[in-house]
Ligand binder design. Structure first.
Ligand code: SF4
Length: 597
């Protein structure tokens, strides 16, 4: 098999980040190596989210550059993965013949064979061109693709355990060098909601819930590798519900395994395995799953989850969150609009009153600042959705004021190909109005974030240390003898001693769904040209259990590397609006709930 050096760049959501991690592990196990520099790669892959236009534009631009490069490097293999590949389909090959491989998010288990074929085809084309001097041949795409299209390989009869994609998750390569104490774990794939502006149900397919034993086992393996913070991922994570002994249909409904007996009542086909709405031995609900991970994997000191859907969030989940001390009191619950009329056009399935009822209920259960455990909430809003009036926008502002988010992801509406909205609703809000509303809502949210942040000042919070701040890296770059390659990872040398830095975090004003922050994964090939004087204190960054960013200096003689991936106590001295500033303390506050490793 012709393995090669791979450059993989990921755009978009956390689900994509996890997919890229799984792809990386899978390809590594087959002999591929990875490079942080696309110029040295034999295979260039882009794993791209389709939800925002911005990410796709970046990929189109990168593909244009690669088309030029391929004229002199005909053996190069170029691939587009993820939702962009699934949504564009054959049109992507037509628009960008430089692309050799396309693989949708539901087909990633097939990527190795696609790459293998593409590499063989391209080397054959190059050899052919060399012997026949047939100049056009190398420009021909190898055209390997695997897309779900309108179907799904998720069988109506196979249990999820036998699903090939599940095998990809199960094959996750976990080693202590892969994570800096934190990791994502997928619990649900796909989405059944069909919000009119969103392409996800079409690109990732219907909801499929992973078996709880697999999830718990993955958490255990991560904990064994030193992970102490796990974030459970699902598009509508609180919908998690695994019906044991059942298989999942492509429409997300449940079918019992062959041979199981159905009962019939009043002519209705009744499923005995659907009888329990609150869990039980035949059903694992999201609340059950949280409790299992908490109790069975105590080495996980922080358990969080994203993204929550405002409906179907039962008191059973809130009760588990309140009773289990290692479950973070943080919710990311997109609202999208404060106007009932627009929520209906968006097909969100709830009203503003229902959304607020959920927030109030969650706060009644979980907001306990008096014991140092406030509930923090993040929201999502779209401005400029078709037909949005000033009145609708004012309603969104009112909701932002009432909800008191710690931060909000605010997006200007842009019609996305493949969605219902693009065909149904003309994009009739002018760009300048979208921009004004975007800025106005951001300014309002910034004021609220500052108020929420102020509540932390003077208190001590537990911070999961993620890495050296990006500001620190910029300083180090300025002091470096030569600029580091843009895509390369960063290592700082402190007093001549090399420090491997895995993550860098900083506040970000972009509206691309990063949550006001970037987390940049490092690469194995670190640049050791960056140096800071030993006597200068290194600014570190981390997050509270409520996902608030905290910056603090690493105090001498502590070494930054000794802190990364750990939970530490930080006294909050200042409030920067989107982030807090503090001082690292020697002792911990909640010894009973968070025990440093
Ligand atoms: S809930 Fe709506 S916005 Fe979220 S992934 Fe599903 S369809 Fe998209």
């Amino acid at each position: 098999m012709p393995a090669g050096r791979v450059y993989l760049e990921t755009f978009g959501c956390q689900m994509n980040e996890l997919d890229s991690e799984l792809v990386t592990g899978q390809l590594r196990s087959l002999g591929y190596s990875f490079t942080p520099d696309p110029a040295t790669a034999d295979v260039v892959l882009y794993n791209t989210c389709s939800v925002r236009e911005h990410a796709e534009q970046k990929v189109w631009s990168r593909l244009g550059e690669l088309a030029l490069r391929k004229q002199t490097e005909p053996g190069l293999v170029v691939g587009v993965l993820g939702c962009m590949a699934e949504r564009e389909g054959d049109a992507l090959f037509k628009r960008m013949p430089v692309v050799d491989v396309m693989c949708g998010p539901g087909e990633l288990d097939r990527l190795p064979s696609l790459l293998d074929n593409a590499l063989r085809t391209r080397s054959a084309l190059v050899a052919e061109a060399a012997s026949y001097q047939y100049a056009d041949a190398p420009g021909t795409s190898a055209r390997e693709f695997a897309l779900q299209g309108s179907t799904s390989r998720r069988s109506s009869t196979l249990a999820a355990a036998a699903d090939n994609l599940e095998l990809l998750d199960l094959s996750r390569a976990i080693s202590p060098t892969d994570h800096s104490g934190t990791a994502y774990v997928r619990i649900t794939r796909g989405c059944n909601k069909f919000c009119t502006y969103c392409v996800v149900p079409f690109t990732r397919g219907a909801e499929v819930h992973r078996p709880p034993d697999h999830i718990v086992d993955e958490c255990k393996r991560l904990a064994d590798a030193g992970v102490i913070e796990v974030t459970l991922l699902g598009q509508t994570v609180n919908h998690y519900r695994f019906e044991h002994g059942a298989a999942v249909l492509i429409d997300g409904l449940v079918q019992p395994q062959k041979g199981r007996v159905y009962t019939h009542k009043d002519g209705v086909h009744e499923d005995p395995y659907r009888s329990s709405g609150a869990g039980g031995e035949r059903v694992t609900t999201f609340a059950d799953l949280l409790a299992r991970i908490h109790d069975e994997v105590p080495a996980i000191k922080r358990l969080r989850f994203v993204t929550s859907y405002p409906r179907s969030f039962g008191d059973d989940i809130l009760t588990v969150m309140r009773e289990k001390p290692r479950i973070c009191r943080y919710l990311h619950v997109p609202a999208q609009s404060g106007s009932d009329r627009l929520l209906k056009l968006m097909n969100r399935g709830y009203t503003v009153a229902e959304y607020l009822e959920f927030l109030d209920r969650a706060r009644a259960f979980l907001h306990q600042p008096e014991i140092g455990r406030p509930l923090t909430v993040a929201g999502d809003f779209i401005v400029g959705f078709p037909t949005e009036t000033d009145e609708d926008f004012e309603a969104s502002k009112a909701l932002v004021r009432r909800a008191r988010y710690k931060n909000c992801f605010i997006f200007k509406y842009s019609p996305r190909p493949g969605t219902v909205a693009i065909d149904k609703f003309p994009d009739d809000v002018p760009e300048n109005i979208k921009r004004r509303r975007n800025n106005e809502l951001l300014a309002l949210q910034n004021d609220i974030s500052a108020e929420v942040g102020q509540e932390f000042v003077g208190h001590t919070v537990e911070v999961f240390v993620e890495g050296i701040s990006r500001r620190e890296q910029k300083v180090a770059r300025r002091q470096a003898p030569a600029p580091a390659p843009a895509s390369a990872g960063i290592a700082l040398t402190v007093g001549g001693k090399s420090l491997s830095v895995d993550r860098a975090v900083d506040a970000c004003g972009d509206d691309h769904g990063c949550g006001g922050t970037h987390i940049e994964s490092d690469t194995p090939e670190l640049d050791d040209r960056l140096a800071v004087p030993e006597e200068r204190r290194i600014q570190m960054s981390g997050r509270t259990e409520g996902d608030v960013i905290v910056f603090f200096d690493c105090p001498a003689p502590q070494k930054p590397a000794e802190l990364i991936g750990r939970v530490q106590n930080v006294r909050i001295d200042g409030n920067g609006g989107l982030s807090l500033k503090g001082t690292l303390l020697a002792s911990k506050r909640h010894e009973s709930s968070f025990i440093d490793r």
